[in-house]
Every structure is written in structure tokens, then in C-alpha cells.
Design a protein around this ligand. Sequence first.
Ligand SMILES: Nc1ncnc2c1ncn2[C@@H]1O[C@H](COP(=O)(O)OP(=O)(O)OP(=O)(O)O)[C@@H](O)[C@H]1O
Ligand SMILES: Cc1ncsc1CCO
Length: 121
Amino acid sequence: MDAMEAAKTLAQSSGAIIAVSGTVDIITYGHQVVGAHNGVPLMQKITATGCAVTALIAAFVAVDPLHALEATASALSIFGIAGEMGMDMANGPASLRMHFIDSLYNLDQASVSSRLKITSL
Ligand SMILES: Nc1ncnc2c1ncn2[C@@H]1O[C@H](COP(=O)(O)OP(=O)(O)OP(=O)(O)O)[C@@H](O)[C@H]1O
Ligand SMILES: Cc1ncsc1CCO
């Protein structure tokens, strides 16, 4: 079973929104699937990026609990955009970690609007 089918099955059996990180992050209630495309592969080389984005998802959902799927997709996208911006200045995983955190801290609306890529899968 691929990640998308597994995510849909788990969402249907649990009643939870399921998000799976990867090249394209998958977010689903169990039927329709949303893809969050931002991010760079080198983020995989920084330990705890998955935990960190999970904390960001929790914060976004806390702000807008009635739109939890949209909040989850937004958090994953913001995290990925900061990764892309950090990658523009990085030479490897250690400098990516630093520039990624700085990019997340300094993120502005224009950068988000120009880079955001969320689609229906
Ligand atoms: N190939 C990729 N291309 C773009 N972004 C990626 C890629 N792989 C992971 N990411 C991004 O990196 C972040 C962390 O995902 P990852 O799959 O590395 O988590 P994880 O394995 O649970 O991490 P950890 O165990 O270190 O906490 C997510 O925001 C995801 O979108
Ligand atoms: C390995 C690890 N280190 C801090 S949190 C965590 C779990 C994955 O993010």
C-alpha cells in the first residue's frame, strides 16, 4: 500500500486528519487528499524536522481548529518555504539548519505568496 492509500485508510478508521511528510506532504480526512509541495530534500538530513513541523501543525490547528486540514497544510507549507529560503543560503545540513530557522523567523507574506504550492492530489 502506498503512502496516500495508507493515509486515507488511517484517516477513515481513526477519524483523524493524517499528514505524511515527504517530497510532497500528503494531508487527508480520508477521501480528498491535499498535497503541500514546498520543501527541499536536505531537510531530511536535519534530525527532528519532522517533530518540529508537527509542533508547528499543532500551533496552526490551535489557532484555527475549525479548519484543521487547511491549518495542517498551511503549517507544512510554511515549514517547507522556510526550508527553500534557507537552502538558498546553505552549503550543507548544518548551515541549512541555521538558515532555515532564520528564514522561518523572518518569513513574510510576499515570500509565502510567491512560493506557496498546495494542490489537490
Ligand atoms: N524530499 C523532500 N523534498 C522536500 N521536502 C522534504 C523532503 N523530505 C522531507 N521534506 C520535508 O522535511 C520536513 C520533515 O520531513 P521528514 O520526512 O524528514 O520528517 P521525519 O523523517 O519525521 O523527521 P525526523 O525524524 O528527523 O523528525 C517536512 O516538512 C517535509 O515536507
Ligand atoms: C530524533 C529526535 N530528536 C529530537 S525529536 C526527535 C524525533 C524526531 O523528530
